[in-house]
Design a protein around this ligand. Structure first.
Ligand code: NAD
Ligand code: MG
Length: 377
């Protein structure tokens, strides 16, 4: 029985992880759950999965609602996530918090030598070097939950990493692929969040509409698979989750239905595979691979440039994207401003050197605050 803790259990990945655990209760046991503010859902999850430890990171909500969890160890505040991440009993920690709020807890689990099922890509993009160096020392394993990275991981299995030529991530295109620049400028929040194939949290849905998510995924892949040779292709069906090109010209692709149940299940069960619903379709429909639009969706190109520029540039990309996402969702800037501001910030700032976790947190906060100071008007 694998003992599992979930950070961000009330979010999209958290809920889908619990679905996997629900279906495979003979294999997985929940020992800790942590959420931010949705205590109604957290309480329902606690009743069903009976963890020993609960984390509520919003302190006000904790003070008001902790009585609901009497008899359990209930942790609160920003450190709640870190304490849950370090919990002795958990073999696998699912990092399912959204944004840089997940960084220190992800690092803590790695410091403790745990297996981390990693959905929280922002941690790796900003603090990849430190997380990887720490994992090397402690023997912690990082198994990707992001579907594209899970696909690459599966394509690479059994192959010598020296044979890796290129990674080609797939992208559904989001709700806006194919639209022209005039139309894109006036995109509303509702249009940006209406993803055609995936149902996800707000930030990643917006990032899918701007292609900021693919940009982050390029940076995430560079950390996980030690290469800068990464590109992407539009694949609207979201059936093939990524492609690896090898030095002999062979391409290996991974396919599964467009549901996070599959990559989450693999990250929890590896090296075994668990029983899932089998793909309901036969391969009797076209699978399309379409060209990317780098004019209207420049963020992936900016991310690729960032990779080549400086080790601190991906952090700056991530922090400025997190800030502009916040501003767009608060109706302070328009959709068309998102990539313009990220590009401008990448040109303006001095890239940080990132030797410690403190360096990462400080540099992230500085960039985030700079964007808010300049554009939150
Ligand atoms: P979500 O918004 O649905 O859930 C986020 C979770 O994090 C919630 O439980 C929330 O309570 C918690 N949280 C948010 N802010 C917090 C804070 N300041 N402190 C503590 N907890 C906080 O997001 P999601 O879609 O589940 O995405 C989570 C992560 O997984 C992201 O990094 C995303 O990029 C990645 N991811 C998601 C999907 C998907 O299908 N949803 C796919 C691939 C990768
Ligand atoms: Mg993804």
């Amino acid at each position: 029985m694998k003992q599992i803790s979930i950070l961000g259990s009330t979010g999209s990945i958290g809920r889908q992880t619990l679905e996997v655990v629900r279906r495979h209760s003979d294999k997985f046991k929940i020992v800790a759950l942590a959420g931010h503010s949705n205590v109604d859902l957290l309480e329902a999850q606690v009743k069903e999965f009976k963890p020993e430890v609960v984390g509520i990171s919003d302190e006000k909500i904790y003070a008001r609602e902790k009585h609901r969890f009497s008899g359990l160890t209930v942790l609160s505040g920003a450190d709640a996530l870190i304490e849950v991440a370090g919990l002795n009993k958990a073999d696998i920690m699912v990092a399912a918090v959204s944004g840089m709020a997940g960084f220190l807890s992800t690092l803590k689990a790695v410091e403790c030598g745990k297996t981390v099922a990693l959905a929280n890509k922002e941690s790796l993009v900003a603090g990849g070097k430190i997380i990887k160096e720490t994992a090397k020392k402690t023997g912690a394993k990082i198994y990707p939950v992001d579907s594209e990275h899970s696909a690459v991981w599966q394509c690479l299995e059994g192959n010598n990493s020296r044979s890796l030529q290129k990674i080609i991530l797939t992208a559904s295109g989001g709700p806006l692929y194919g639209k022209g620049s005039e139309e894109l400028k006036n995109t509303t929040i509702e249009q940006a969040l209406a993803h055609p194939t995936w149902s996800m949290g707000k930030k990643i849905s917006l990032d899918s509409a701007t292609m900021g998510n693919k940009a982050l995924e390029i940076l995430e892949a560079s950390v996980l698979f030690d290469t800068h040779n990464i590109d992407y292709v539009i694949h609207p069906e979201s059936i093939v989750h990524s492609i690896v090109e090898f030095t002999d010209g062979t391409h290996i692709m991974q396919a599964s239905p467009p549901s996070m149940i599959y990559p989450i299940g693999l990250a929890l069960s590896y090296p075994d595979r668990i029983d899932n619903d089998k793909m309901p379709f036969a391969f009797n429909k076209p699978l399309n691979f379409l060209p990317k639009d780098e004019i209207n969706f420049p963020l992936p190109k900016l991310a690729k440039q960032a990779l080549k520029t400086h080790e601190g540039a991906p952090l700056v990309f991530n922090a400025s994207l997190e800030a502009v996402d916040y501003l767009f969702l608060n109706k302070t800037i328009g959709f068309g401003h998102i990539s313009i501001i990220v590009a401008k910030i990448l040109e303006e700032v001095d890239f940080p050197t990132l030797n410690t976790a403190e360096d990462v947190v400080k540099a992230h906060n500085e960039v985030y605050e700079k964007v808010l100071a300049e554009y939150n008007k």
